[in-house]
Design a protein around this ligand. Structure first.
Ligand code: CTP
Ligand code: MG
Length: 379
């Protein structure tokens, strides 16, 4: 791979999903709280060797997901060709072409494909056939030797110019198989690399249930904690859990000093080992003076989402003698659930005094402790 390679992934998501049926095409069905296509998009986007991911949808489905190109065509081949043409002048040197209907994309398959491109025009992930194969109609016919047979999956990887040329020169009267088959027919070399059973395509209704099971297995649970303290001072506003609370004193600090949101932000960042709040919003940076801590929390949530993760639960304990938290608890739950775009039942807020002991007991400050539980894709 040269330093100047610009690798783009195309996800084709413009089909009708007729064999699966249902109210929406299969690429948009809900899988773990997100449209199916978002799973492969996140997997490809987070791969370090992929620079850009474009999702192709049909013009009448443009509103189903964000940031998609509504240029899909009548056939899969049309959708791919339109995407390639749209990318033709963008400097792309390598392209991965992937079906939205294959939500799980292992990193190691992408690595094998891109490695193969160093020496070849194209590369495809394949799996050996395990079952005995035979021809037949209603009656069993001749066996077919399975040693020479492979199941072909996506993503398929190509030098950009090679696959664009193959698509452009493809004779319309010949039915296109997959992109690799087209490249091969047009004289390009395509190498087979080891695919993965998790790459299997959702084609029939039973595949949807299998995908839900697979998702559960493909995710790992992470939990992390966060802790923060701010000083209580007169003349400051009191922001706690994203809610403004009338009180004789308020919390002081560089931002709005919302100790609850800070502890929660650190807990969320911890689940993806992304440092702490100071890593992302240095207190030395004047732009965060008086800042609304809601943006810190939302940033942490967006980093988890970008990894394809989901926030399962957050739990907060506030430590102070005053104010009383109980009357504000419901408002804080609503605000935090809203900021994290999760249901209120996934947010827990508790409070305790410290029996008049220590700095919280003396009313000098408020402490907050948080824990967060998330599911992120295994990588
Ligand atoms: N695809 C596409 N444009 C088309 C047809 C298919 O982008 N005109 C995409 C599909 O969205 C899918 C992939 O190509 O991600 C593989 O196609 P397939 O599994 O056949 O999906 P559908 O055509 O949607 O399903 P069906 O054939 O059951 O209608
Ligand atoms: Mg189809």
């Amino acid at each position: 791979m040269t330093r100047h390679d610009h690798t783009v992934a195309i996800i084709v998501a413009a089909g009708r999903g007729e064999r699966i049926g249902g109210a929406v095409p299969k690429q948009f069905i809900d899988l773990g709280g997100r449209p199916l296509v978002e799973h492969s998009r996140a997997a490809l986007l987070t791969h370090p060797r992929i620079d850009r991911v474009v999702v192709i949808v049909s013009p009448d489905q443009a509103d189903r997901i964000a940031d998609a190109w509504p240029i899909g065509g009548a056939t899969r081949r049309d959708s791919v060709l339109k995407a390639l043409e749209a990318l033709a002048e963008t400097g792309a040197t390598r392209v991965l072409i992937h079906d939205a209907a294959r939500p799980f994309v292992p990193d190691d398959v992408i690595d094998r494909l891109l490695d193969a491109l160093d020496a070849q025009d194209g590369a495809v992930p394949v799996l050996a056939v395990a079952d005995t194969l035979a021809r037949g109609d209603t009656m069993l016919g001749e066996p077919v030797p399975r040693e020479a047979m492979f199941r072909i999956q996506t993503p398929q990887a190509f030098r950009f110019e090679a696959i664009l040329d193959a698509h452009r020169r493809w004779p319309d009267e010949v039915e296109a198989t997959d992109d690799a088959g087209m490249a091969r027919r047009m004289g390009y070399d395509v190498m087979m690399v080891k695919g993965s059973p998790v790459l299997d395509k959702l084609t029939y209704p039973a595949d949807v249930a299998a995908a839900h099971d697979r998702l559960a297995m493909a995710m790992e649970t992470r939990s992390a904690t966060g802790f923060d303290v701010h000083r209580l001072e007169t003349g400051e506003e009191l922001w706690l859990g994203g809610v403004n609370i009338p009180h004789a004193k308020g919390l002081s600090g560089h931002s709005d000093a919302d100790v609850a949101l800070h502890a929660l932000t650190d807990a969320l960042l911890g689940t993806i080992a992304a440092g702490d709040i100071g890593t992302h919003f240095p207190p030395s940076d004047p732009q965060w003076r008086g800042a609304d801590s809601a943006q810190f929390l939302q940033h942490a949530a967006s980093l988890i989402a970008a990894e394809g993760g989901r926030i399962d639960f957050v739990d907060l304990t506030l430590m102070c003698e005053a104010p009383k938290i109980g009357p504000h608890r419901a408002a804080m739950v609503t605000r935090i659930a809203d900021l994290l775009a999760i249901e209120e039942r996934r947010v827990s807020i508790k409070a305790t005094t410290t029996e008049r002991l220590g700095f919280t007991g003396r009313g000098e400050g408020i402490a907050a402790q948080a824990s967060a539980t998330v599911s992120v894709p295994r990588r």
